[in-house]
Design a protein around this ligand. Structure first.
Ligand code: NAD
Length: 407
């Protein structure tokens, strides 16, 4: 059996959920880590029983690992992924793919030049709503795509202050004020991955933050970003439209923080805070599919509060619709947070490297989820001016993808 050596860069909060899964995967020979902060590095090496713990991403990339998983702060991803690829490593990277259009271009070109595998760790792709809509799409049940919605509603007070302070030191606000549309992929991926179309132009508006906490506003963050909430309307290359909301000040903490709705000429799926519905033109009946798509919780509400009030997303597991039969049996008993996505993410990346086939969220998909948000923010800074979104291309002809629902 082919087994690979994995390295993980960035052992903050999120990576803690992924180390045990990479360790447990039957096709993984060893897991090494790299973490800048010495206490964090030492604690993780002890907690997870890891033999090798490097001080930097650069040292990890100079080692003999086959692949690197980058789980660092979001604005660092592009250059770190390019560095790893240039050192011969396959790359898994937490979202988003990069922070500028130039970085995205270089990332795509580096994958094309090196022939290495790249996968963006988009959790939404594995959410029950996305799985359900892909099944309906495969059956042709939507008809032609007309309109889609994707949104990520996450108030700063709900775990974000803690998360940014955790690694940002006294300068944490410089990074916490990242434009919401620089983190668009949970929303855009629903529409792009379902339709296979691209988002080609955008008009976006921003909500100027007025809480006065020094996070958003000119001079407060690396981007001089004044907006805590942004709403964008995109043209989709198949003739349809979509609307994306990225809100970081919003009085909504129940149900799914990431949601989609898809409206086609023949069928419609609508996701509300705690209800999922499906209907078709032919039937004229509203089907409540909430039970099929609701993830069971790994912990009770009081246990989550006791754990420090992290978002409930970290403690959700799979729903009935998930094809759990294809996951390695070694994952049984391990966590599977963010609506059942963690185990699929790890398994898809490892299978992609072992089988030398593209994962669904390959670099061209990652570019088409990330770039629209970067241009949307430019549009918001120009009060909604409609701007064209560059296309970073598609996988080379003849590329094979791993399968989602079977091994
Ligand atoms: N649903 C999702 O997809 C989801 C959920 C949570 C977090 N995330 C993403 O995961 C990433 C990590 O989030 P987090 O909350 O764990 O962040 P974090 O700030 O807690 O951890 C990042 C770690 O990376 C380390 N690091 C940075 N540069 C490094 C380098 N060159 N070498 C070694 N270590 C380095 C930092 O010291 C820090 O400990 C973010 O990009 C975030 O957006 C995604």
């Amino acid at each position: 059996m082919k087994r690979i050596k994995i390295g993980i860069t960035g052992i903050g909060g999120f990576a803690q959920a992924f180390i045990p899964l990479f360790k447990a995967h039957p096709h993984v020979e060893s897991v090494s880590i790299a973490e800048l902060l010495p206490d964090r590095r030492k604690a993780a090496a002890e907690k997870f029983g890891l033999q090798r713990a490097f001080a930097t991403h650069e040292e990890l990339c100079a080692s003999d690992v086959d692949a690197v998983a980058i789980i660092t702060q979001r604005h660092l991803h592009g250059p770190q992924a390019i560095h790893a690829l240039n050192h011969g490593k396959h790359v898994y990277c937490a979202v988003p793919a990069a922070g500028t259009l130039d970085e995205i271009g270089e990332l795509v070109r580096t994958v094309e030049r090196t022939g290495l595998l790249y996968m963006m760790g988009e959790t939404s792709y594995y959410y029950p709503a996305a799985v359900f809509c892909r099944e309906k799409q495969a059956q042709g049940a939507f008809g032609r795509f007309v309109y889609g919605e994707g949104e990520y509603l996450h108030d700063m007070s709900h775990g974000f202050y803690q998360a940014y302070q955790h690694s940002g030191g006294k300068d944490w606000k410089k990074v916490a004020g990242i434009p919401p549309m620089h983190y668009p992929t949970h929303s855009t991926s629903f529409i792009v991955s379902l339709t296979g179309a691209k988002l080609t132009s955008v008009s976006c508006l921003g909500y100027v933050d007025h809480t006065g906490d020094g996070v958003f506003g000119k001079g407060n963050n690396l981007w001089d970003n004044p907006f805590s909430n942004q709403t964008a309307l995109f043209r989709v290359s198949n003739g349809g439209m979509c609307r994306v909301n990225e809100f970081r000040r919003v009085g909504c903490t129940v149900g799914n923080s990431v949601r989609t709705s898809i409206f086609g000429t023949e069928g419609c799926y609508e996701q509300q805070m705690e209800r999922d519905s499906w209907t078709t033109l032919g039937e004229g009946v509203l089907h409540d599919v909430t039970d099929l798509l609701t993830c069971r919780m790994e912990r009770s509400a009081s246990e989550i509060d006791a754990a420090g009030g992290q978002q409930m997303d970290f403690f959700t597991s799979t729903a009935k619709i998930h094809p759990v039969h294809r996951l390695p049996r070694q994952f049984i008993g391990h966590g599977n947070g963010h609506f059942g996505s963690h185990q699929f993410l790890v398994d898809d990346f490892v299978r992609s490297v072992v089988q030398q086939r593209l994962a669904p969220n390959h670099v061209w998909a990652a570019a088409s989820y990330t770039a629209p948000g970067l241009v949307a923010h430019q549009s918001a800074m120009r009060e909604g001016e409609q701007l064209a979104i560059p296309d970073f291309g598609n996988p080379p002809a003849g590329s094979e993808l791993i399968r989602y629902d079977a091994y």
